[in-house]
Structures are given as C-alpha cells and as structure tokens.
Design a binder for this molecule. Structure first.
Ligand code: GLN
Length: 440
C-alpha cells in the first residue's frame, strides 16, 4: 500500500491536542509529611513576609483578597488547616505590611498557596485541563449499567462526575449535569483496596498473604477459581475480598468490624463520614448466589483462618460494597493513597507507607479485573473500579481522582472512567514509566 493511502492515525483524530506542559510536578514520588512542611515557629515570620509579597503583587492586599486567593489555589473554604487564617482575615479590610502576620502554624501552607508552591502550582489552569479531559470522556456512550444486582440497574446511565484532590489537599469536583457532582453512589468493589489496607494494618502482610495471593487471576471478578496453592488469587477480586474481610478482626461482631472499615473511609475522606446504601445492600444480599458459592467453595478448600466465620465474612464483604460516597470524598480517599497514607486535608496518617505500597502494587496489577494488564500498559496508574460505575485513580505523589459513570464495559469497568484515564496520561506524564520517555 502506498504511504498516502494509509489511513490517518485514528488514535489522534478525536483526541485533544497532546498537551505535555505539566501543571503538576511529574516524576519522583514525593508525599507531604503528616504536618504540612511545618517549619520551626521562627519560619512563620518569613512565610508571612513571602505571602505578603505574593498577595501585594496580585493587587490591593485585603483580607478578602487573601481568603479568595486561598480558594483560587484549590484550598476549600472548609479546609481545617486554615481555620485560624480565615477567622483572622475573612472580615479584615485593607491590610498593611507592617502588621501583617499569619497564624504561625498555618503560615507555611498560606505561603505555598500564594506563591504557587502547592502540587498544582497553577490551580485554575490545572482544573481547566482536567475539565477539558472530562468533557472529552463525556462523549463516550458505550457500555451498560450493571443489572445483576437489581438495585444497581436503576442507576442513571448518563450520570457523570469527577472529583480531584492533590496531595496538598487542593480539591474540585465536576459534574456533567446539575446534581451529578454531588450524586451519591455505592462504592462496590472500590472498597476492596481499603479492606486490604485495613487487613494489612491489623493482621500484617505475612498473615494476609498466607491466605490471599497477589497475582492477577486473568478471569472475571467473580470467577469461582483458586490459585495453585488453593488460595484466592488476589484481594481485588470477589473471592480474595471475601477472604480479606475474614481477616479484619474476626473475633469481633460484624457491626464493630464494619465500624472499623467506615472509620478508615471517614479518615481518608478528611472526616466526612461515608453513607450506607441500604437498598443496594438488601438487593445484593438477596441476589448473592455467586458470592455465597465463592465463600462455600473457599471454605471447602480450607481457605479461611480457623477463627473466621465464613457467613460473617460474607456479610461484612456485602456491607462494605454498599458503602455510599460521592466523588469529593472518594477523591480524598484516592489522594490519601497518593500521599503515602496521610490524608492531605487533615494531615493524619491513616495507613502505613508499607501498606500503601502493597495496596498500590495490587491496584496496578489487579485493580481493573481482567482489563488490568491493558490498563497498566496504557494508563500505568494504580486504580480500582466497581460495578456501580465508581472508579478511583491514584497518581502517586501527585493526586487522587474519583469518577462516577455507571456505564460499564465488558470487563465491568466504567467506560468513561477508562477513557478519562487514557486521556489523563496523554495530558500529564504520570504513567509509571513516563519519566523514561521524558528522559529520551
Ligand atoms: N458487590 C459486587 C459483587 O460482589 C462487587 C463486584 C464489583 O464491583 N466488581 O458482585
């Protein structure tokens, strides 16, 4: 075939112009310490001076201008790290240089926000680029809403929302239509990395992996199959997740164990408690034949530890699938993983760095069911999807993203979520091996 008879490169026809100037620092994994780069108290003065210069450079320095500049940098009006600053300046009028002093332990964050030193240095530009990708992804109309859990079949196929939270706690949400951004949905399998993290924290890696493998299964998420050692393949598929639930404080009543899980979700969502979708729980419990079959199959093969009760493990698993969230909370959860287990907004260490490393490793290799290899190849970021249409994407050391769009592809992943992921790494050099290409 003659060269000019070749079809054009289809992949770029409908893509946004490749946009490679990063608005966020790429490359080396970095996380913020549990206290935002809090320096010695004396540094507060230097931070105040630097913040003043940045504020004055923007125009008339007023209290309101300061508060607005913080929000423009992506730090929300309810950010608990800036309570004293907002209190001191929200009502203040014109400011003068001589008396300008920021509250000591907030000065560093304010300075970073005003001088463009947060993860997203130019936050409006960053948000604009993500919004662009979101709109491209909204053009995808392929996929079907999951129907094997009757309550899930009622989801609105058009709903589409995105949440983003950087490792410095800069946040925003987008919705395709009014109400989408605040829409609440159940997490389904997106609970699996969190339960795995909790099991690692409570039982330790050795015990967890004596019971659950860490290889992709290469099969559907609810396949009745065990690995060669007679264990479930990994904690990101149903069998492994039921067994992981069995390892979360098996001696306690299920209510208390579920509380532990919810506490982790709340902590990672910056203190915003998750909800519980009772209708989905009831619907799924009634139609859980496959999960019962998996549990009995594993019990027959001696997979459960002696102290664990299979029925309770299953109940805990199903309850966790019905945990309800929204893209704002879920993005904060993803950002907590991106930030080495420290919630960026509250600066609390919720999960150890070792556990986060394990969780992200298995999200990268197993988080997207039997699409995981393809996703790791093309996107190269740890992610986890659920049949509700939820998707959590982690850009380690940079940010966490949450997607909700209930139309699923053949492997049970949100179609728009996958499209957004592809475009995200076209626009930003965050694929795990992108630095190799950048260094060429
Ligand atoms: N609750 C669902 C199930 O057990 C979770 C599966 C999923 O989200 N992929 O079938």
């Amino acid at each position: 075939m003659e060269d000019d008879a070749l079809p054009p490169p289809v992949t770029h026809l409908s893509s946004p112009k490749p946009d490679t100037a990063p608005a966020l620092a790429p490359g080396a994994f970095r996380t913020r310490p549990a206290q935002f780069e809090r320096a010695a108290p004396a540094a507060g003065e230097a931070d105040s001076k630097a913040a003043w210069r940045a504020l004055a450079a923007r125009g008339e320095p007023t209290g309101q201008a300061l508060v607005e500049a913080l929000e423009a940098a992506g730090l929300s009006a309810d950010d608990p790290r800036l309570t004293a600053t907002r209190k001191a300046f929200a009502e203040a009028g014109a400011l003068d240089e001589a008396s300008f002093a920021l509250p000591g332990d907030e000065a560093c964050l304010v300075r970073a926000a005003l001088t463009g030193a947060l993860a997203a240095g130019d936050f409006p530009a960053f948000r604009g680029r993500i919004t662009n990708l979101f709109h491209y992804a909204s053009g995808v109309s392929a996929g079907k809403v999951a129907a094997y859990i009757p309550q899930l079949a009622k989801a609105d196929p058009e709903a589409f929302a995105l949440g983003c939270c950087t490792i410095d706690g800069q946040r925003f949400e987008l919705g395709l239509r009014e109400g989408d951004a605040a829409h609440r949905f159940c997490v389904q399998s997106v609970m699996k990395p969190m339960n795995y993290a909790l099991a690692l924290e409570l039982a330790g890696e050795t015990v967890v992996h004596a019971h659950v493998g860490r290889e992709p299964s290469g099969q559907g998420f609810n396949e009745i199959t065990l690995n060669q050692k007679g264990r479930p393949h990994n904690p990101m598929i149903n069998a492994g997740a039921i067994l992981t639930a069995a390892l979360i404080r098996p001696g306690l009543p299920v209510d208390k164990r579920f509380d532990l899980v919810c506490r982790l979700w709340r902590g990672a969502a910056a203190g915003d408690a998750p909800g519980f979708d009772a209708a989905v729980y009831a619907s799924e419990t009634k139609h859980a034949d496959r999960n019962h079959a998996l549990a009995y199959f594993m019990r027959e093969h001696g997979c459960f530890p002696p102290e664990a009760d299979m029925h309770e493990a299953l109940e805990l698993y199903l309850r966790c699938c019905a945990i309800e969230t929204d893209v704002r909370r879920l993005a904060s959860v993803a950002a907590t993983l991106a930030n080495g287990g420290v919630c960026p907004v509250t600066e609390r260490q919720l999960v150890s760095r070792e556990s986060v490393k394990a969780v992200l490793s298995l999200m990268l290799s197993c988080g997207m069911y039997d699409f995981s290899g393809e996703y790791a190849f093309t996107v190269g970021l740890p992610a986890k999807s659920g049949v509700s249409g939820a998707l959590m994407i982690v850009a380690p050391g940079v940010a966490g993203f949450a997607i909700y769009s209930p139309r699923l592809g053949a492997q049970g992943n949100s179609e728009r979520g996958v499209e957004f992921s592809r475009r995200l790494v076209q626009a930003f050099p965050w694929h795990v091996y992108a630095p190799i290409v950048a260094g060429a």
